[in-house]
Design a protein around this ligand. Structure first.
Ligand SMILES: Cc1cc2nc3c(=O)[nH]c(=O)nc-3n(C[C@H](O)[C@H](O)[C@H](O)COP(=O)(O)OP(=O)(O)OC[C@H]3O[C@@H](n4cnc5c(N)ncnc54)[C@H](O)[C@@H]3O)c2cc1C
Length: 378
């Protein structure tokens, strides 16, 4: 039976929202509700995580489950980027070992199951609509308006709100917090199943004249292939059942070489908008933003899930301190800001390595150094 009042309401059941719920519930007995506008079975994107993520998974009490869930090792990235030869970025000197190719559904379900085992309520197919800040017993709290699957409006009181709603940051925007946006891209993504098992373990990346592509084999004979392009190319790539997307991928030298060997079935196509950006304020009166809601990255760095879990674990410390009326020994906003600055430098470095098409808009735009970026505020 759902309550009408919770200590904490978390908007978004992605990695950052569920990590916040788990890390909080592991330490303090509070009532927590997580809501998500989509269903528990939604197809989520993001399947490669860096080796260090295992440390965060361990802090969430999920390492044993993770090692049982059939995720597969990824020894490194093999990319054609900045030249015609294949370059290798392996994890052999990383003290935490290799990176991982996730069975994404199993990973998501391990977070859901852990949260539920800690008495966290989760409401699927329920959309956050708006929030009103109110004073109760001289303390800030929020009245949240939610839309349920039956399209009824449901109202819930929260003493603390976590915005884990992804890069749109729905709650923070409703509190009139603006987002600095440094870049916008689209990803056209194909998920499919292989007819026959294949031994490839590396992620393949390839830069082409007006975009770049990514391809990797996943556990359970799944495969994901994607093209990262300018938003203005969306219609062309999606047209005629993704004809231009398929032709381009298959025609690439390195990524296409593996794709041409594979027999696929159960193909599904999705388009995602990708924003590089950060909220101007990531915490306020009894609220905090985590994961992509706080700061969203280009998938070239493959750090979105790591960042989501890291923010969730840190946000839990902020929440616990708030309930215990104590000070934290770190500044969450500074950590998010430093992480975003570091990401911008890293991203510029990666794009600047590709100099074969210096006059092409796609590469020109992304090679700008961070302080040259013209911020737009949304
Ligand atoms: C094409 C692509 C490839 C990527 N590849 C990788 C990768 O290989 N490795 C990696 O680490 N990262 C990758 N990422 C990034 C990664 O997917 C994200 O950084 C990560 O999912 C962020 O987690 P999150 O929990 O913050 O947000 P999300 O996973 O976006 O979750 C937000 C949740 O909030 C819900 N929501 C939104 N609005 C509302 C609302 N109004 N009411 C209720 N619920 C709401 C959504 O349904 C969603 O479930 C990739 C991203 C893209 C687009």
């Amino acid at each position: 039976m759902l309550k009408t009042q919770y200590d904490i309401v978390i908007i978004g059941a992605g990695p950052s929202g569920l990590a916040t719920a788990i890390a909080t519930a592991l330490k303090l007995n509070l009532t927590i509700l997580v809501i998500d506008q989509n269903s528990v079975d939604q197809q989520r994107v993001g399947e490669n995580i860096p080796p260090e993520t295992l440390l965060l998974i361990q802090q969430l009490g999920l390492k044993d489950q993770f090692l049982l869930d059939g995720h597969e090792p990824c020894p490194g990235f093999a990319s054609v980027w900045g030249g015609e030869n294949v370059g290798h970025n392996d994890f052999i000197v990383n003290p935490y070992g290799h990176s991982w190719r996730l069975n994404r559904h199993a990973f998501d379900m391990s977070l859901v199951t852990k949260a539920k085992s800690l008495s966290v309520d989760i409401l699927w197919d329920t959309r956050f609509i708006s929030a009103n800040k109110v004073m109760r017993n001289n303390q800030v709290s929020y009245d949240l308006s939610l839309k349920t699957p039956a399209k009824d409006t449901y109202s819930v009181q929260a003493f603390f709100v976590v915005d884990a709603s992804g890069s749109k940051a729905n709650f923070a925007k409703g509190q009139k917090v603006k987002k600095r946006v440094d870049d916008k891209l689209i990803a056209i993504v194909r998920f499919a199943t292989l007819n026959q098992a294949h031994k490839g373990k590396q992620v393949r990346i390839e830069a082409t004249a007006n975009n770049w592509c990514y391809h990797t084999l996943l556990p359970q004979q799944k495969v994901v292939s994607m093209l990262i392009a300018e938003p203005s190319d969306r219609k062309t790539l999606e047209n005629k059942a993704y004809h231009a997307f398929k032709t381009h991928l298959e025609g690439t030298d390195w990524v296409g070489r593996q794709i041409r060997e594979l027999e696929l079935r159960d193909e599904s196509y999705h388009t995602y908008l990708i924003t590089s950006g950060m909220l101007e304020q990531v915490e306020g009166d009894n609220w905090i933003a985590v994961g992509d809601a706080a700061a969203s990255f280009d998938p070239i760095v493959a750090q979105g899930i790591y960042k989501g879990l890291q923010h969730g674990i840190l946000a839990a410390k902020v929440i616990i301190s708030t309930f215990k009326q104590e000070e934290t020994d770190f500044a969450y906003s500074d950590i998010v800001e430093k992480g975003y600055r570091h990401y911008l430098d890293n991203r510029a470095h990666i794009y600047q390595l590709e100099q074969r098409w210096p006059t092409n808009r796609f590469w020109q735009k992304r090679a700008r150094i961070p302080h040259e970026l013209t911020d737009s505020i949304s």
